[in-house]
Design a protein around this ligand. Sequence first.
Ligand SMILES: [Zn+2]
Length: 113
Amino acid sequence: MIITCVCGKYEFEVNKKELPKEGRNVQCGVCNEKWFQTPFEKKGKISSPNTTHYFAYSFLILLIAISFVGVMETFREDLVYHFPKIDQYYKFIENISQNILDELNYLFRSFRL
Ligand SMILES: [Zn+2]
């Protein structure tokens, strides 16, 4: 954990094991100020990192998926020429994108009515 000197100018990384629950006297190595430091828990950070990670990972996966589809589209002719079976993949992707477009159309239409 990071503690701040009473002078307010310096921060120190302290191993949690070195700081007992009841606290202890510490000294700033720079300005030699002494104070009593008790351990503390970081506030409001119990559940937020998980949600942040969840969104970050979802975004990352979406980004990878989009770039993958983009790369596959770029080399479509070459790939189909060399691996005719890969055409199945393109039909699959076309089906999915068509479905998404249909769903979006349906969604927008239901908003308009
Ligand atoms: Zn200090």
